[in-house]
Design a protein around this ligand. Structure first.
Ligand code: FES
Ligand code: FES
Length: 191
């Protein structure tokens, strides 16, 4: 099984992909090495850090814990789906930038995808505790998490007044989930 080849069809970032993969190939390696989607990072290869998080059929998953063959028939979204390469960042990426929610940026793609899945799945805007629970599978060794949680809260519309140090720079529409036109590089877009 591990060395046998399997045909798969997977929709990745809206594009239908057909491939033949080895039974042992991890989804994260197929995304990065075969499709060139290197925004999905590898931190631990053992399900502990969350750097490899992608959205699979609407749910955030760790792509180092799934075989590529298991994704057959699925819809996968990676961090590259959040914005065009030279286009404006989406609301969450822009909020990460404004709140200084990243330093080295290695955890950022996984954080963005976990937060995106969380924001989509919540029936009511998530507050700080719910966001912290939603991101508990994602490790950041740089930021201390406070600004990451604030960035997500800002997009959710649950950031208390006075917690946005850059409020005067807020682009219109940032809280409404529209894509603010802030320019600059989208966090999580780099390899
Ligand atoms: Fe997948 Fe760390 S690389 S959880
Ligand atoms: Fe460096 Fe999170 S910003 S690990």
């Amino acid at each position: 099984m591990a060395d046998s080849a399997h045909p798969i069809e997977v929709t990745v970032n809206g594009e239908r992909r057909e491939a033949v993969v080895l039974g042992r190939q991890l989804l994260v390696h197929w995304l990065r090495d075969s499709l060139g989607l290197k925004g999905t990072h590898i931190g631990c290869d053992s399900g502990n850090c969350g750097a490899c998080t992608v959205i699979c059929d609407g749910k955030a998953i760790k792509s180092c814990m799934q075989l590529a063959v298991q994704a057959d028939g699925a819809e996968i979204e990676t961090v590259e789906s959040l914005s065009e390469p030279l286009g404006p960042p989406d609301a969450l990426q822009a909020s990460f930038t404004r709140h200084h929610a990243l330093q080295c940026g290695y955890c950022t793609p996984g954080m963005l995808m976990s937060a995106t899945a969380l924001l989509r799945s919540c029936e009511t805007p998530p507050g700080q505790d719910e966001i912290r629970r939603g991101l508990k599978g994602n490790v950041c060794r740089c930021t201390g998490y406070v600004n990451i949680v604030r960035a997500v809260q800002d997009v959710a519309g649950t950031l208390p007044d006075g917690h946005d140090p850059l409020a005067h720079d807020r682009p219109s529409g940032a809280r409404s989930g529209q894509s603010p036109r802030t320019g600059g590089t989208a966090p999580g877009s780099a390899a």
